[in-house]
Design a protein around this ligand. Structure first.
Ligand SMILES: Cc1ncc(COP(=O)(O)O)c(C=O)c1O
Length: 406
């Protein structure tokens, strides 16, 4: 199909599509694939949240258009969460916009802020909307290698010195998808100082704020004094409450940026279905033990993954946060590259992972493993991986023959 449109030419097909096609073919053959490929929470949304949705949906008025920037009660609940969790005070009228998931919020922020040719500093590897939201809005991406937060910040300084025009937006995203790294307040202090010095707006994506496995919860950039002058944060209920399909996110912080986003959204949407917003309000204002349970489930899976894969011969660093492990390719497959490795792992071991290169060129050499299968299936995957590693020579030999024949 000819998709030779200006914007579409700037959106390469998702690398993950290639892997997904193989997954669909194998599943079509009745093969059970253990699927760590996507970041799609597999646990149920807590019952009291679902109950609130059902109850509200029965209201005869429920089907009407809602409010594009979110009903006031939801915005107040979002501000309440920021006050409780981070000690950050937000005005629900001017400093909070409810979004249709954080992805929509991020993409429309890009629309709101970008003039054609504006330079945006973006981590690489990154969650794809971070770069492509701005590319769709006509921006130019300055990719900065982000294999560690420190490397990212020093790369940002270099990017600022060498970009013409100078960059206008700095993207931060910790805990990171895909690298699972997280940062402390010192990092944000430095990032905000850098952004202030160079007149950059800061967009910080903190979708995994509640999925952490160390004692200290991840901080918010808005905790830094003066951050609200230049920064907004994008957050989400998707992972915190296992509500990914409900599409509830938020953009909070700088009032001018929030107003710009609200203006764009007022042309595009009428807000989420009101009962979804009411249920999201109940999630934020209600009991939080469900969040601790969700976090504990991911942590238990992380521990099983790291130990079972380690015993199978694939050492994987334990992620401190997020719902992913960022795994270097195991020794015998190191030269294969992440895409071929992911394909072979799927075909031969029936385990799906996301190739690191799908998150940007600096993601090469790694795969992302989502903690979205239960512990028993993680152990099964490790048994399959053990066999896959022991047969590496034969598997790679067959792959080379097949490639040569193409
Ligand atoms: C870093 C990051 N930001 C945003 C999102 C999107 O979340 P939402 O469901 O809120 O759109 C994801 C989803 O995987 C993510 O990993």
């Amino acid at each position: 199909m000819n998709l030779d449109f200006h914007k579409i030419r700037r959106l390469p097909p998702y690398v993950f599509e290639e892997v997904n096609r193989i997954k669909a073919r194998l599943r079509g053959q009745g093969i059970d694939i253990i699927d760590f490929g996507m970041g799609n929470p597999d646990m149920p949304t807590p019952k009291h949240i679902v109950d609130k949705l059902v109850e509200t949906a029965r209201d005869p008025k429920a089907g009407r258009y809602s409010m594009s920037r979110g009903i006031p009660g939801l915005r107040r609940a979002m501000a309440g969460y920021y006050g409780r969790r981070f000690g950050v005070q937000l005005d629900p009228e001017t400093e909070v916009v409810a979004t249709l998931g954080s992805k929509e919020g991020f993409a429309n922020l890009a629309q709101a802020l970008t003039a054609p040719g504006d330079v945006i500093v973006c981590p690489n590897p990154a969650y794809p909307i971070h770069a492509y939201g701005f590319i769709m809005a006509g921006g130019v991406i300055r990719h900065v290698p982000a294999l560690s937060p420190e490397a990212y910040l020093s790369g940002v300084s270099r990017a600022v010195r060498h970009s013409a025009p100078p960059p206008s937006v700095l993207i931060l995203s910790y805990p990171s998808n895909p690298t699972a790294q997280w940062v402390d307040l010192d990092f944000y202090r430095e990032a905000v100082a850098l952004a202030r010095k160079h007149d950059l707006l800061v967009l910080s994506d903190i979708a995994y704020s509640e999925i952490y496995f160390e004692d200290n919860p991840p901080p918010s950039v808005l905790q830094i004094e003066g951050a609200k002058d230049i920064a907004v944060e994008v957050n989400s209920l998707s992972k915190t409450y296992a509500m990914a399909g409900w599409r509830v996110g938020m953009v909070v912080g700088n009032a001018r940026i929030c107003a710009a986003l609200a203006r764009v959204k007022s042309y595009l949407d009428y807000g989420n279905f009101t009962p979804v917003q009411v249920a999201a309000t109940a999630a934020l204002n209600g009991p939080q033990d469900c969040v601790a349970e969700i976090r504990a489930t991911y942590k238990a899976r992380r521990d099983v993954l790291v130990s079972a894969m380690g015993r199978a011969g694939w050492p994987i660093p334990a992620p401190p946060a997020s719902m992913f492990a960022w795994a270097p390719l195991p020794e015998p497959y190191r030269e294969a590259g992440s895409l071929l490795f992911a394909k072979l792992l799927m075909e031969e071991a029936h385990v799906a992972v996301a190739p690191g290169v799908g998150f940007g060129e600096y993601g090469e050499g790694f795969v992302r493993i989502g903690l979205v299968e239960n512990e028993q299936r993680i152990r099964q995957a490790a048994r399959n991986v053990k066999r896959f590693l022991s047969q590496a020579d034969a598997i790679l030999g067959r792959a080379q023959t097949a490639l040569a024949a193409q």
